[in-house]
Design a protein around this ligand. Structure first.
Ligand code: NAD
Ligand code: WQD
Length: 340
């Protein structure tokens, strides 16, 4: 049984990936400091897979703890590194928190990988590395523009760190550039758990429909798009989780064609904010209270992935529709409201 360390494995995308890894027969060890997740998630993963992953509560910013962890777990076959801070606005207000949490942790992990000869790492990157694209759909060869936030900058720098380390060592890495992950596991055992007011569209929609928020603000209807609202590539989190399993299998079976590879992980389809609202209303049967307001600073007009490389080279394709993703997000929202 191959042993995989999943950092941030109790978080939104990490937890769904742990489920898919266990389904695929991997043994999983999770590191998480619970800064943006809860221990209940461990129970959810165990309920779905009937298997409890090993869990170590550990803050990856604490280098001494990281060193100790690897002394005990020096037989890992690979690492999937999710642990990071991810709020774009917060990163503008507190850049050092982001540089510390998103970069130091990666460096400490890579130092231990080197020390213990662990040579396979999958990294959570983001479509945010592309900024405002020159052409659509966005391919992996699109230029990396100056980041629009410290958060985005940490993803760009992390990719550079990995590229440099792979160039000078036995390390092999795949960076997956996620587009907009949404939805939840169909079991409703795990899903997204935003703390405080959601910054992202879909949790704001589901919380508004559930009565937790009064009204959704649609940030602008005067963009150069068919209905005036911004367009994104919304990817079901379970499809995204599966991409990690395939990427890890690619490294373990040495199918990678270079030591550092990047793949866009999206559906290849763009959906506007109004399309998401209308689809949500259709699948939930709820009428959403929303109002068009000013544009949100920093929003890019249109972003969607060219998924040819992921489809043809990685052998991964999104299988779930926007309807399915929004249905699962709504089912999850209702479940967590019922629990409260
Ligand atoms: P999340 O916040 O739900 O999960 C991250 C997990 O990492 C949390 O459980 C948190 O407690 C943990 N963590 C954070 N700092 C840690 C530390 N120092 N030590 C140990 N654990 C720590 O976020 P997510 O949405 O699951 O995102 C996972 C990764 O994917 C992140 O790297 C994020 O930047 C990236 N990403 C997310 C999105 C998105 O929209 N959700 C899009 C693109 C990329
Ligand atoms: C989607 C669309 C908003 C909220 C962010 C990060 C990105 C990546 C994914 C990590 C936009 C509109 C939103 C609301 C709205 N994360 N919107 N009202 O901005 O595409 O990407 O998450 O890497 O880095 O920036 O996602 O869900 O915030 O917004 O109208 O209350 O919904 O303007 O057009 P975004 P989002």
């Amino acid at each position: 049984m191959k042993k995989i360390l999943v950092t941030g494995g109790l978080g939104y995308i990490g937890s769904h990936t742990v489920v898919e890894l266990q389904h695929a027969g991997f043994k999983v060890i999770i590191i998480d400091n619970l800064s943006n997740s809860s221990l209940d998630v461990l129970g959810g993963i165990t309920n779905i897979t009937e298997q409890a992953p090993i869990f170590e509560r550990l803050d990856l910013r604490n280098k001494a703890d990281v060193v100790e962890f690897f002394k005990v777990h020096d037989d890992l076959d690979g690492i999937i590194h999710f642990a990071a801070s991810k709020a774009v606005g917060e990163s503008v207000e507190n850049p050092l928190l982001y540089y510390e949490n998103n970069l130091n942790t990666l460096v400490y992990l890579l130092q231990e990988c080197k020390a213990h000869n662990i040579n396979n790492i999958i990294f959570s990157s983001s479509c945010t590395v592309y900024g405002e694209p020159d052409s659509l759909p966005i391919t992996e060869t699109a230029p990396i523009k100056k980041a629009m936030s410290p958060y985005g900058n940490t993803k760009q720098i992390s990719e550079e760190i990995l590229n440099d380390v792979c160039f000078t060592s036995e390390m092999k890495s795949i960076a997956l550039r996620y587009f907009n992950p949404i939805g939840a596991h169909e079991s409703t055992e795990i899903g997204e758990l935003p703390i405080g007011i959601p910054q992202n569209l879909v949790p704001f929609i589901t919380q508004t429909a559930a009565g937790v928020r009064k009204q959704l603000s649609v940030f602008g209807n005067d963009y150069e798009t068919p209905d005036g609202s911004c367009i994104r590539d919304y990817i079901h989190v379970v499809d995204l989780a599966k991409a990690h399993v395939i990427a890890m299998q690619r490294l373990l079976s040495e199918k990678n064609t270079s030591d550092f590879e990047v793949f866009n992980i999206g559906t290849g389809k763009g959906s506007s904010v109004f399309k998401v609202i209308n689809t949500f209303e259709k699948v939930s049967g709820e009428k959403l209270n929303y109002k068009v307001v000013e544009r949100r600073p920093g929003d890019v007009t249109t972003v969607y992935a060219d998924t040819k490389k992921a489809n043809d080279v990685l052998g991964w394709k999104a299988g779930k529709s926007l309807e399915e993703a929004l249905t699962s997000a709504w089912k999850w929202e209702k479940k967590i409201r019922d629990k409260k």
